[in-house]
Write a protein that binds this ligand. Sequence first.
Ligand code: FES
Length: 190
Amino acid sequence: MKNLIDHKLYNRENKKVGFSDDTLERIRKIILHYPDDRRKSVLLPVLHIAQEELGGYLSVDVMDYVASLLEIQPIEVYEVATFYSMFHLEPVGKYVIEVCQTGPCAICGGERILDHLEKVLGIKAGETTPDGLFTLKTVECLGACGTAPVMQVNTEFYESMTNEKIDRIIEDLKNKGNQQPTETRWAELF
Ligand code: FES
């Protein structure tokens, strides 16, 4: 395997794409947990780190960089990045709101929750508010069907949602404005 510390790539605009030396060292330690012939297994944690440290979403340049870093094919990265809803393929707002639309949540008011969010935020699912604060997405089962309807904002989970709860959450997030998020980031979990 290449020396990760030396590993930087240049994209089509000749801009450097790559992790900091500290992050590369962190990734090197994560890789040690996996057998050499199972390099692809380290893809999920590395993609989380890439998304959080290289611009908030996985551009083609970033996915190609990750493929090169892990010595796997770019298509193998694209397959994973496009499958999981927690990976963003284009820029998103500071707060990504994901509303579950799978059966149990749908039956318990998931659509109503989505309608209300679209009204409050003034955007449709798949869009980002002009101030860059919120992106609204629909996702499949978030694994908490017993407390449907549910939604997630970045890594924070919200259950038994009502319109009133949404109003409070949105108001709170707007008040936080451009402060740094205090919630756990996905990449910190690895
Ligand atoms: S259907 Fe929404 S959490 Fe499972």
